[in-house]
Write a protein that binds this ligand. Structure first.
Ligand SMILES: [Mg+2]
Length: 454
């Protein structure tokens, strides 16, 4: 997987060196020599990742990062800051400025490639989800609640055969507000893996095969999306590289620097939670697209697509599909006499009564207003009439409660039944016949079921 990387550094030789390293790994490289240049290129060239030098004359890296993160057009681009060796102050300032990751100068090639690979993979998922979200303007910014979610405390599992080493990591994680426990303790306490947010997995341990464990965690539903940070001895880089290939999210070298670990933990948590938020939004978008928000029934769009599919099956030799069109009798009077709020209560109760009086395979829809439609798959017309009669009776049998006033009102419904006639029939004709039957029911005094003979 490749990516477009913007390299920002004030020193020409540094830019060229980085360019050569990245191009050797087939990244596409863009260069910027100062802050303004970087902001301009980030906006116009839309790089996937930005490698940003901290020390630059004029606008320094912190300010560039802040500005990138304030701009809707660039805030989603991960920024990796290049800081002086092990300078904690630098890193803290970088975090505050919104940096996504850090690398120490001089840049270690292995660490550089590990970060880029992890970011490239993350980018691929995040950008796909952002694209699937209906409104891209909304996608760039998170609500306050979602922002809080990114930084809430996490459940962290530390996997190291040596309890002493695990404890050395657990103490600072707890001090930072997380819930952390060792592998040994979790098995004693039977922690549920589904509640985990992050796993820290030692690669330098001999009592289990760390790569096998990494692959196993990625293959299980409960831990598939959990971030994994592997810790490894500088000599075990080959194993660490394989771990990345198996889906580990990041690498920290041993002996572990506590500050670095905490920064990487927070980065990984932010990424996995951001992905979670995007996934949820996509799901919600899909739901909004097919569900009527007032009643929870399927909307007109879904109704038409389902009907089309069942008609297609019927026309290639499947059993017939029927529909029942419902219209609440004198619904306008409910609204006029009791108000629109009462009208909504009736619509919701009405929907519920239909739902509890159909078979599991029937599809109950609210195409609009006080109209409802039930699709009855694999059902001939006479059976559909029986179903319609059952619903009509269930509506008329008991009055509806108007919540606020505890008042009761009687509601009745008229229904029209129609059945798909085979390949010469069309969706429009089928719905038209159901409407005609419904009209007849209204004309014949309401609170009744009619069907149109073919
Ligand atoms: Mg510099």
């Amino acid at each position: 997987m490749s990516a477009r990387v913007l390299v920002v550094d004030d020193i020409h030789a540094n830019r060229r060196l980085m360019e050569a390293k990245l191009e050797a790994k087939y990244y596409t490289v863009l260069l910027a020599e100062n802050g303004l240049d970087a902001l301009e290129k980030a906006r116009t060239e839309r790089p996937h990742i930005i490698l940003l030098d901290v020390m630059m004359p004029g606008m320094d890296g912190y300010e560039v990062c802040e500005r990138l993160k304030q701009d809707d057009a660039t805030r989603h681009i991960p920024v990796v800051m290049l800081t002086a060796l092990n300078d904690r102050e630098d890193r803290l300032r970088g975090l505050e400025a919104g940096a996504d990751d850090f690398l120490s100068k001089p840049v270690d090639d292995f660490a550089l490639m590990a970060r880029l690979e992890a970011l490239t993979r993350y980018n691929a998922v995040a950008s796909e989800l952002r694209q699937r979200e209906a409104t891209s303007a909304q996608a760039a910014s998170l609500t306050d609640e979602e922002q809080n979610e990114l930084s809430r405390s996490a459940n962290i599992l530390v996997v190291d055969a040596e309890q002493r080493i695990a404890d050395r990591l657990i103490t600072p994680l707890k001090a930072a507000g997380h819930f952390a426990m060792s592998w040994q303790d979790s098995q004693g306490g039977r922690a549920k893996s589904r509640d985990l947010d992050l796993i820290i997995l030692s690669m330098s341990n001999q009592t289990y095969n760390p790569l096998k464990l990494c692959a196993h965690l990625r293959s299980m539903d409960s831990t598939r999306d959990v971030a994994i940070i592997v810790t490894c001895d500088p000599q075990d880089r080959e194993i660490a590289a394989q771990a990345l290939n198996l889906g580990a999210s990041d690498i920290v070298q041993t002996p572990v620097d506590t500050q670095e670990l905490l920064a990487r933990v927070s980065t990984q948590l932010k990424r996995t939670r951001y992905i979670e938020i995007l996934r949820r939004r996509v799901d919600r978008g899909l739901e909004l697209a097919v569900i009527d928000q007032l009643t929870g029934l399927y909307n007109r769009r879904y109704m038409l697509s389902q009907l089309q599919q069942w008609m297609q099956r019927a026309s290639v030799g499947g059993k017939p599909v029927s529909v029942i069109a419902f219209d609440i009798d004198h619904f306008k009077q409910v609204n006029d006499q009791h108000g629109h709020e009462a009208g909504d209560v009736v619509l919701q109760a009405f929907a519920e009564r239909i739902r509890t009086n159909v078979r599991p395979k029937d599809i109950v829809c609210r195409p609009g207003g006080e109209e409802f439609l039930v699709i009855l798959p694999e059902t001939p017309g006479d059976l559909a009439c029986v179903g319609a009669e059952r619903i009509r009776h269930a509506i008329a049998a008991d009055p509806f409660m108007l919540q606020r006033s505890a008042e009761e009102i009687n509601v009745t419904v008229s229904a029209g039944v129609a059945t798909f006639l085979g390949e010469d029939d069309t969706l429009a004709n089928l719905l038209h016949r159901a409407d005609t039957a419904l009209y007849q029911a209204k004309q014949s005094g309401r609170n009744r079921v009619e069907s149109v003979a073919a």
